[in-house]
Ligand binder design. Structure first.
Ligand code: SME
Length: 150
């Protein structure tokens, strides 16, 4: 699938009649299966009133990092910065929570509802330096669509 086909498939999933959880899982599965260098795809959301993220749907190996305090790791930093975080080489990051030696790079894109950062999509890759602007554009497109069903 090319970028526009991926966007179309993702949009179809999000506008379908399924539950929110089904849709988020389907997005994880779509991205992991269609993009060769996406080895783990998951959603983290703010955990109630707590200053922490909680893992929701994901595709890939289970992780022990189901709760991440704001400010900790790449995910926790995005929870406070409100900005995309593209890490082409995780070994160059000091504030990083490892999910295994195989992970070499990571991209996290925040999800905003009414201007508030309520969660994020997180991708781990086993390849160094895999991400381009197209990854950010695709994931921003998906996060914007998702913000309408949260
Ligand atoms: N590496 C992340 C932790 C979550 S896992 O990638 C699933 C981080 O540094 O926040």
């Amino acid at each position: 699938m090319n970028l526009s086909q991926l966007k179309e498939s993702a949009a179809n999933i999000i506008s379908s009649n399924e539950t929110k959880s089904f849709k988020l899982q389907a997005i994880c599965n779509l991205l992991k299966s269609e993009i060769s260098y996406y080895d783990w795809v998951g959603f983290y959301f703010k955990n109630g009133d707590k200053k922490e993220l909680k893992l929701a749907e994901f595709a890939g190996e289970p992780t022990e990092h189901t709760i991440i305090p704001f400010g900790k790791g790449i995910c926790g930093q995005v929870a406070v910065s409100n900005e995309n975080f593209v890490v082409q080489d995780v070994s160059a990051q000091e504030n990083y929570i490892s999910c295994g030696w195989k992970v070499k790079s990571e991209i996290v894109i925040p999800i905003f509802v009414n201007g508030k950062n309520i969660g994020q999509i997180d991708i781990d890759s086993h390849t160094v330096n895999p991400f381009t602007k197209n990854d950010e554009l695709l994931l921003e497109f998906i996060c914007t669509k998702i913000s309408h069903i949260i």
